[in-house]
Design a protein around this ligand. Structure first.
Ligand code: ZN
Length: 264
């Protein structure tokens, strides 16, 4: 069986979480999914490659192997909406971002199946994330949790027009100290990419749940437009020269936020 997640431990006060990197759907489940779902269009493609500078920074990196179409690790296990009143996807999404059915007729997971998926996939990822934050926080007064995401740049069901290139989310400044947030946003502002802080994406469950600046955990979500580094249609290939460029900006943003914690 494929491992649920991949963990690489480091010593720096930095944890990079990539909860939507997974493309695995177990064999016994695959026949319940539509062909549209099996194309896995809503995966946060290639982020492991964009963040491969993490080891130079001594970061701990936790990434999911299981697809978000099995379970979305950036939603609360209770499945309450992250954006009440707005269309958003759920713990076990039934539609893709483009509105296609995820499951074949009659195969939408039952409540028991969802409970099983929480236990088998959601809980282990979050147990690991919490444990690694505890370990790093035990060794450092402040820890940066960087929740890394990417999404297609045009999705009319979810937002108007084209999404800014870099979307920083901190629950309107509540999940990280101001200087840490300022360091990340100034990295974005100097980059030449379009960016916004706490716009359409304010941070999902991971940012909101673990971000506790008064306790030394500073959480920032970065939702990137996939147009900055890849082809946005299947087979979702990386565009190397774009990826190289945006990676420099990611490095600056993460590195600056990390340095800013030294001033706290
Ligand atoms: Zn994501």
């Amino acid at each position: 069986m494929t491992e649920i997640y991949k963990l690489t431990r480091g010593k720096a006060p930095l944890l990079i979480s990539i909860p939507h990197l997974g493309i695995h759907i177990q064999n016994e489940l695959r026949e319940t999914y539509t062909d549209a779902a099996l194309a896995l269009a809503d995966t946060d493609w290639h982020l492991d490659r964009l963040y491969d500078f993490a080891h130079e920074l001594g970061a701990t990196v936790l990434s999911a192997n299981v697809s978000r179409y099995v379970i979305d690790l950036n939603r609360p296990s209770s499945d309450e909406s992250l954006y009440p009143g707005q269309l958003t996807t759920s713990l076990c999404p039934e539609q893709t971002f483009r509105g296609e059915a995820v499951y074949r007729d009659g195969h939408i997971p039952s409540t028991d199946e969802k409970i099983w998926r929480v236990k088998a996939h959601w809980q282990p990822y979050h147990d690991c994330l919490a444990e690694e934050l505890r370990r790093l926080r035990g060794e450092n007064p402040h820890v940066l949790l960087w929740d890394a995401h990417s999404i297609a740049s045009v999705l009319p069901r979810l937002f108007d027009g084209k999404l800014p290139d870099l979307n920083i989310g901190t629950q309107d400044g509540r999940t990280a100290a101001e200087c840490v947030l300022r360091a990340a946003t100034s990295g974005a502002a100097r980059s030449g990419y379009t960016w916004v802080a706490d716009g359409r994406f304010k941070g999902g469950f991971i940012t909101r749940h673990y971000g506790a600046p008064q306790e030394g955990i500073h959480a920032i979500q970065l939702e990137m437009s996939q147009s900055t580094y890849m082809e946005e249609v299947a087979p979702f290939r990386l565009i190397s020269h774009r990826a190289r460029m945006v990676k420099q900006t990611l490095k600056t943003m993460v590195g600056s936020a990390l340095d800013a914690m030294n001033t706290l």
